[in-house]
Unconditional design. Sequence first.
Length: 93
Amino acid sequence: MLETMSRLRREEGFTLIELMIVMVVLGILAGIVLFAVGTFSSDATTAKNNANDRQCKTAEAAYAAQNGGNMPTLNSQIASYFTGTAPSCPGLG
């Protein structure tokens, strides 16, 4: 009976080596997950930019179809926004 109790007392809990191994494995898994999340984020940004580009091209094609193939020209106020010389509030400057 004493032998059984002493064996149970010895097998209670984890050793330091076991805990360190678990921590290393968890650290490796966390690194893999963080790497995958970063990849998904950049892929999502690329997909969003491609979708926006397709949407703009569709809008341009629809405008041209409604206006006999003519595209609008940029007047000086609109063009100034693209060059960075526009006033901060359009119509007030």
